[in-house]
Design a protein around this ligand. Structure first.
Ligand SMILES: Nc1nc(=O)c2c([nH]1)NC[C@@H]1CN(c3ccc(C(=O)N[C@@H](CCC(=O)O)C(=O)O)cc3)CN21
Ligand SMILES: CC(C)C(=O)C(=O)O
Ligand SMILES: [Mg+2]
Length: 314
């Protein structure tokens, strides 16, 4: 009797599993998001949510918030390490951060930036760096900045089975030739070039591309002219998905940190944190923390008595 009931239960579960091929249920049973899931979401016109992470805690926050893709962006050089720009971070330091994020991310698809200096000089250098990020950093895919000049590298990496995400528009690693972190694609020539570049990146084998800091209408045209997802940051609502730097979204930067116009701050994380720590400091000074019984360990009465006796004798 019991066994048939169990069997019936298993069969019902199997049936519902078979019929629930929708992606929502895939998320519910906490599967790791694969490149196939990303492609399916794109085909279904479901917007892709992407968020950066730079360590174990921010990786966990992103993973547990069900973002489709976690990006280990080289912006962590500035946001988490205080470097002046993204070009300053050595590859080994970046890899160390990838390792800590990937230990936290069980569900979201993981992309890592190829940091400045790790892919430009040759295709083999790009392969070596990507292999490190995948084998040691445990990421699923790499992202690199650039246009037509970088397409042979993209083609080789994708041929080798490494999913590549492109990145055009404001490419922060090129701040020295762009003249700073400036909005791109505002002239006819520049806009035309970006549309052409997007097509070339698709042809080279990118599975997606980031569009950073370009006018919304241009992002719309690019998105409509290619058949892979566009992930916008400062590119308006018409892209296939959105990405933000986690520290920006959570407002962790503090008073004198400059946040780009495209950021929506969903929390004053810095303010809330300073407030909390100030409370801690006050309670330490006032001996209100720790509280006996609540934050303390007990010792057996007999042990304490014996201890005191022994101390008296000494
Ligand atoms: N915290 C953080 N968030 C980011 O999004 C980010 C980084 N850091 N570091 C790497 C790059 C640099 N990014 C930036 C930085 C500044 C602007 C910015 O201030 N832009 C001006 C527009 C300038 C213009 O008119 O062309 C702005 O007002 O938003 C944009 C992107 C995006 N990335
Ligand atoms: C903002 C995203 C696109 C990025 O490249 C980064 O965080 O480094
Ligand atoms: Mg980046």
């Amino acid at each position: 009797m019991y066994r048939t009931r169990v069997l019936r239960g298993i069969i019902t579960n199997l049936r519902s599993f078979k019929t629930s091929t929708s992606l929502q249920s895939a998320h519910k049973i906490s599967q790791k998001t694969s490149i196939n899931t990303i492609n399916e979401l794109y085909k279904q016109n479901s917007k892709l949510s992407v968020l950066t992470a730079h360590d174990y805690i921010s990786g966990k926050i992103a993973n547990d918030s069900d973002v489709d893709i976690v990006l280990i962006g080289d912006s962590l050089a500035m946001v988490a390490l205080g470097y002046k720009d993204t070009n300053e971070i050595p590859f080994d330091e970046f890899l160390y951060h990838c390792k800590s994020v990937s230990r936290a991310v069980s569900k979201s698809f993981l992309i890592a930036d190829l940091p400045f200096g790790s892919y430009e000089s040759s295709i083999s250098k790009a392969i070596e760096s990507s292999v490190q990020l995948i084998s040691k950093g445990r990421v699923n895919s790499v992202k690199l900045e650039g246009g037509i000049e970088i397409t042979p590298t993209i083609k080789k990496l994708t041929d080798l089975g490494i999913p590549v995400c492109g990145h055009i528009g404001l490419t922060p690693q090129r701040l020295n030739s762009l003249g700073g972190f400036k909005v791109q694609g505002r002239s006819v020539d520049n806009a035309l070039k970006l549309i052409e570049t997007a097509k070339q990146l698709e042809n080279a084998g990118c599975f997606a591309m980031v569009l950073e800091a370009i006018p919304s209408e241009l992002a719309k045209i690019i998105t409509e002219n290619i058949s892979i997802p566009t992930i916008g940051i400062g590119a308006g609502p018409y892209t296939s998905g959105q990405v933000l730097v986690q520290a920006d979204l959570l407002g962790l930067g503090g008073k004198d940190s400059h946040v780009p116009k495209f950021v929506k701050q969903y929390l004053n994380g810095y303010g809330a944190s300073v407030e909390a720590v100030k409370n801690y400091v006050r309670e330490v000074k006032d001996v209100k923390f720790p509280v006996v019984g609540k934050h303390t360990y007990k010792i057996n009465e007999n042990v304490l008595e014996e201890l005191e006796k022994k101390l008296e004798k000494q």
